[in-house]
Design a protein around this ligand. Structure first.
Ligand SMILES: [Zn+2]
Length: 223
């Protein structure tokens, strides 16, 4: 086949016609985490097939969480239903309802995407961090008690974290003795509030002993 060369030739390489094709990636093995369904992927050529959606049982158990924000006078109700796999509960679907229809379209889209991730059987705990790190360009808001919430999406992520902790998929955040001691020092020094933490998105970074430290998660620039 004739090929028109439009550019200057600067290098060349001998190609053997009978060269063996490059080996394709090995199939992904089943996840070994307890309570997590195997994520089976069959590879045909370059096409990766995900495991088909899990079939919904007729009856599911779940929990509903109420979210009240200063963004609206109407609360948001987040329902997460679970399916039981190998004796362990894992989220299967999420619904969000509110009298406030202002954000209806994107909230429905978000719940459909999250539910689809749940049903594809892999480990969905990564969604918590993905949602919690969404920032509202209007600046977010403070919850009753003073906790900073960067956006409504972040609050839905926190709700998901709470649910996953309740059913045992996520471990509750352990507060080390070191962090507890730092909180006491900050309180005695009259340090309240702080700048934004790059790890947990809380306004809790204060300067202790010449080092920026997050009083919420323990993140420190000094290691
Ligand atoms: Zn932090």
């Amino acid at each position: 086949m004739a090929v028109k060369i439009a550019e200057k030739i600067v290098a060349c390489e001998v190609v053997q016609e009978d060269a063996a094709p490059a080996p394709t990636a090995a199939p992904v093995k089943a996840a070994e985490k307890p309570g997590v369904l195997p994520l089976v992927r069959e590879e045909e050529g370059n096409v990766i097939h995900m495991q088909p959606l899990m079939k919904r049982p007729v009856e599911l158990r779940g929990s509903t969480y109420k979210i009240k924000t200063p963004l609206s006078e109407h609360a948001l109700y987040v329902t997460i239903n679970d399916v039981e796999v190998n004796g362990k509960r894992r989220p299967f679907e999420i619904f969000i309802n509110s009298k406030n229809m202002e954000n209806f379209a994107w909230i429905v889209a978000l719940t459909r995407v999250i539910s689809a991730v749940f049903r594809h059987a892999g480990d969905a705990t990564f969604l918590v961090e993905e949602l919690r790190s969404v920032f509202d360009p209007r600046g977010g808001y403070f919850k009753p008690g003073g906790k900073y919430m960067p956006s409504l999406v972040a609050e839905i992520g926190e709700c998901l974290e709470r649910h996953m902790t309740n059913i045992g998929i996520l471990k509750p955040l352990e507060i080390s003795e070191e962090l507890q001691a730092k909180r006491v020092v900050a309180k005695e020094g009259g340090l309240s509030g702080g700048s934004l933490c790059p790890k947990c998105s809380q306004l809790a970074v204060v300067r202790l002993d010449g080092c920026d430290t997050c009083l919420e998660c323990g993140y420190s620039k000094c290691g």
